[in-house]
Ligand binder design. Structure first.
Ligand code: G3P
Length: 215
């Protein structure tokens, strides 16, 4: 499974990219706000750090504005992917941009039928929001499994990005159900490295190594 980082924090991106762990980046207006940077400047820097797709999102609500934005975003770097909301206008923009050879990521997906429509419109990626469904006592991962089943049933090439990931469990569940990509916030990425038994095991081996050296 590919791992994208759901962040515009260039220090974190650089750190994990140097380890070979980053297959792409997703951003949204909230993430850009948190970065404290201007969108264009941040995206251009991120695109230099990561070869994989970098999703960029605007706030236009009509097809014409979305397409204009999409063309502008994709002029910033060759690996930019245009993120569009799951609306009728958003899907019109998906179609228009894909005709221009521009890749798209349909975001704010909360149902299997939304994902089906996005795939039919020609989206490169769909982003079901797992955590936000869990937040309202729905089952976010179940949505990912359903979308995967639909895409496999009919051979859609659209890739599924598990988004709104809140824990390493979401990442593991995504990988287990054959989801193409999980987009992971840096705090979740940090937790993915850790296990208390690993730390305890290292401590014990060190103690035993030192004790053996005293023989
Ligand atoms: O990139 C979109 C998505 O990952 C947002 O996550 O935590 O704001 O629901 P969250």
């Amino acid at each position: 499974m590919k791992i994208f980082l759901d962040t515009a924090d260039v220090e974190k991106i650089g750190k994990y990219a140097a380890m070979g762990l980053v297959d792409g980046i997703t951003t949204n207006p909230t993430i850009i706000l948190k970065s404290g940077r201007r969108q264009e400047e941040a995206i251009k820097e991120i695109c230099k750090l990561v070869d994989g797709p970098v999703s960029v999102e605007g706030v236009e609500e009509k097809e014409a504005g979305m397409v204009k934005d999409g063309v502008k975003f994709s002029s910033w770097a060759k690996n930019v992917v245009v993120k569009l909301p799951m609306t009728e206008e958003g899907l019109k923009a998906v179609r228009a941009l894909s005709k221009k050879g521009i890749r798209t990521n349909v975001t704010l997906v909360f149902s299997p039928t939304q994902a089906l429509l996005a795939a039919k419109a020609g989206a490169t990626y769909v982003s079901p929001f797992v955590g936000r469904l869990d937040d309202v006592a729905d089952d976010g991962m179940e949505l990912v499994r359903k979308i995967r089943e639909i895409f496999v049933n009919y051979g859609y090439k659209t890739q599924i990005i598990a988004a709104s990931v809140r824990s390493p469990l979401h990442v593991a569940q995504s990988a287990l159900c054959g989801c193409d990509i999980a987009t992971v916030p840096p705090d979740v990425m940090e937790k993915m490295f850790c296990h208390g038994f690993t730390d305890a095991g290292i401590r014990k081996f060190k103690e035993d190594y030192e004790a053996a050296g005293k023989r």
